[in-house]
Design a binder for this molecule. Sequence first.
Ligand code: MRU
Length: 348
Amino acid sequence: MDIMPIKYENEKLLIIDQTLLPCEEKWLTLDTKGDVWEAIHWLRVRGAPAIGIAAAYGIYVSMRESKADDFAAFSEEFRENKEYLNSARPTAVNLLWALERMEKCLLAHKEGESVAEWKAALLAEARAVHKEDEDGCRMLGEYGLSLLRPGMGILTHCNAGALATARYGTALAPLYIGQEKNYGFKVFADETRPLLQGARLTAWELFHAGIDVTLICDNMAATVMKKGWIDAVVVGCDRMAANGDGANKIGTSGLAILAKEYGIPFYMFVPTSTIDLATASGEDIPIEERKGEEIYRLWYEKDMAPAGIKTFNPAFDVTPAKYITAVVTEKGIAYPPYEESLRKIIVD
Ligand code: MRU
């Protein structure tokens, strides 16, 4: 199965509604900036690169009916829409990255062009963001595969697969490419509480692709590691700071600490669009906090906690750089010290 969760076809922005998977495969049309904000905010489209692609098309969608007739008015409206879309979710830096790239594109077309040309330039740039992510994920997969051997047991967390990107995924890309080459990986997918991206999305993707995947609860990771079933951990990233600290789905940092204890390499797959050199360390990464109901109500017929219980529901945690064996990007593999290697990858 070849999954491409975002399309722009016949002047329509379409996404698979990931909140309905694996029970229902439904495509939604996002016609307005409000539709795009809502889809990102409620995780209908999710995963750092996919959020960036949706935002790039989203800002175009927000401007395609613009009535502005000069550049000052057009760019002012653009800035307002950019700020609005950027407020949909805080942690994945791809959201801001994509919106800033779109703004740079608009500013580059300022001189002597018409409103129609500004709109066309924005659509072309959104398509470029989309295509570059697809190509980049293929490269992440090739570089990632160079770290793995046939027959390995691989643990992954959350969903860093095709659904989270244009195609192939980040951390799951080497598994798809490995399958093309008969690597015979044995993949373990953490269910990833509380939103179950591992169970609903990763297990769904890999199972339908015919990859050997075993679903486990988050609290079983130490057991499968101790049994010697895991040779590598592969995860995605929502924002990597300049020092190599990486924010990813809640539970990732615990896995990294366990992996170190059991002597298992821990690989973070990070497109350069997810590296934020303006953020010095993980301390400065904004972490989304979500409603406690997701913990005790969302998946149950009745509340599974006493009424009035206090909750704490951070959606991401930060894995300190010292636990990350290597950072795989589309431009190559970075090793510690990350202050130097990440900067070199971005600047070169
Ligand atoms: O809250 P989500 O589902 O958007 O979180 C997604 C993750 O944490 C992914 O692991 C991350 O975006 C990397 S995706 C290629």
